[in-house]
Design a protein around this ligand. Sequence first.
Ligand SMILES: Nc1ncnc2c1ncn2[C@@H]1O[C@H](COP(=O)(O)OP(=O)(O)OP(=O)(O)O)[C@@H](O)[C@H]1O
Length: 725
Amino acid sequence: MSRIDQQGDWVWIKPPSNGEFDIPTGCKIVRTDRGRTLVCDDNDHEYWIPSDQVLKGMHLTSQRGVEDMITLGDLHEHAILRNLHLRYKKREIYTYIGSMLVAINPYEILPIYTKTQVTQYQGKKIGDVPPHIFAIGDNAYQDLKREQKDQCIVISGESGAGKTESTKLILQYLAAISGKHSWIEQQIIDANPILEAFGNAKTKSRIVHQNKGERNYHIFYAMLAGMSREEKKKLELEDAPKYQYLTGGQTLTCDGRNDASEFVDIKAAMKVLSFSDDDIWNILRLLGAILHLGNLKYKGVVVQNLDTTEVNDPVNSARVATLLGVQKSLLIDSLTRKTITAQGEKVVSSLSKEAAHNARDAFVKAIYGRIFVRIVDQINKTLYKAQMKQRISIGVLDIFGFENFDVNSFEQLCINYANENLQQFFVKHIFKMEQEDYTREGINWQHIEFVDNQEILDMIGMKPMNLMSLIDEESKFPKGTDMTMLAKLQSTHDSKTIYLKSKYDQSKAFGIQHFAGAVYYSVPGFLEKNRDSFSADLREMIDKSSNQFLCDLFNQENGIVDMNRRHMTLSSQFRTSLDALMRTLGVCQPSFVRCIKPNELKKSNLFDRDLCVRQLRYSGMMETARIRRAGYPIRHTYKEFVERYRILGVGIPPAHKTDCRVASKKICERILNNVGEDYQFGHTKIFLKDSHDLLLEEKRTTVYLRYAKICLKLSKLKLFCKIFL
Ligand SMILES: Nc1ncnc2c1ncn2[C@@H]1O[C@H](COP(=O)(O)OP(=O)(O)OP(=O)(O)O)[C@@H](O)[C@H]1O
């Protein structure tokens, strides 16, 4: 495409390569020289490129940067990225894209969360004050009061992107503005460190296994660092390096966390939330039992040609038995045997070493899962009691983003399915907002269609014969194996375009085209993870326990999922709670916060473009751009339009001297009619398609080139005059 390569022009240039996350870069032209252009990018790097790498001129809004990216005149992925980068360089970490807030982790303390800011944002409309996390909190609070409707703030992002920090800031803000500092506010704020300690790990949540660099849940490290010597002695606990369950990731510390002092805070917070000393001690006892269980030594023995297991570990088994309140022999039997009732008769078989390990791990997950549910219940009970009749609420949902690793397993399928659900929720919301913009501007939007991800949702978990139910079916079938499951998946879904042929070993993996990209799932281990059942023997053992707290945990009914229901696979538990979550969200007025980490090094002032593009895509935020493109992606105020394109009309005066709406119509009639009339005039803006933009820019370039030639001729003439006259 021909263009004017004028010094000082802002342009988009082609990415240097065609990698998955390479997108055009914004640059300023420094100078041109025989087919080459010297450009300066946003990191102030200057370099030469062939002039044909220059793609097109930059929309005015992209040149100066905007607080709300929905107002970008050219809402492309690269424009979004550049806008975020420009602002990030100025320590402006918050930017809107419509009603969504993008928050870039600054990795430094910024002076923007003080009382002054609290006052600045209180009662203000979004848009009247610079973008801020407080504005999201304030908006939700004002809407709650005005409309008496439940609000939800969905905070998502990758690990380390700043979700927990954002949640804390919102809670602090809400506490600060919702009246005098009261006990209930303290309780709301204190719920967070407890949930964080029990619910968050360093990167991903793993109770029985961690990948390299990961830690187990923070609470384990905190308790071992923070308990008194006497307390540890009572539970026969030592320091973190001694425990198998804590050392799998070869990482015992977590940057920015002081485990010992956090333990003090967690205990204090639990008191604020009405946990009794007994409750706290009972929880610590069970956590201690989990650590000792992880250290239990098993020995595989072949008896009469059958693989069986012995527990030759008197010390650890005694510790576990005491803490769980059961007899040691019963504990060992329950951990190494399996009782099946067939036709009214009990048949006892021995477990192989591997099966015994799995049974132990499933047991540990069951205990920990129930402790977590118990903690959430207790917090809710306390908060609801304090709130009494007032039932409308602001929910803050801190949720893991889309995942695509080198090896993706059942957990990733669940997480990505949750993200697909949230994505649809989000897409429906932004489409509604787009429609509102069209209505506000008096634009006919009836014919604008968008594609949502319903088909993928159907395939994974909704329609009959969906992926999850096939996995479930095979999990319940005693002889079901990962490979029979895969064969079933393939025979059922092979014809679907969204079901991808694996680029890996087809006998072990399958792929799904998610909204954020293709993910290949490795099948080995799927069924075992999905069954997640701990044995009936262990369940019976608990019924005989003298540890009343443990018995209560396993007999509690809870609002989220009835975890006691036998044979409930992980995927059905997961789907039940996801459905409940989506129902809750469905009746709320939502706001969205997308947290982005700018680099993997936790450094301030370092913007890794590839990493950010990936997160923007995985966050589903680009959907805003896609929906925009389904309608009219290019928008200009009439004034902007006249300023930029008046040279294409005949006799059109400068913007401040004319009726810009009328002038814009004249320009369009002259230039655009032969590329279709599907552009529209709103009350304050003109709405264009990409093809219109392309033509307008081309024509503008041609006119400028003509002017440039005339100028050149004139200056040559001047020179001639100077020399010869
Ligand atoms: N607004 C902020 N200001 C200053 N530092 C921040 C901010 N947000 C995040 N950080 C820094 O980044 C670190 C990681 O943030 P945070 O723990 O909130 O991430 P996360 O998304 O919750 O991660 P995970 O999913 O692993 O729990 C924080 O410990 C803090 O040092």
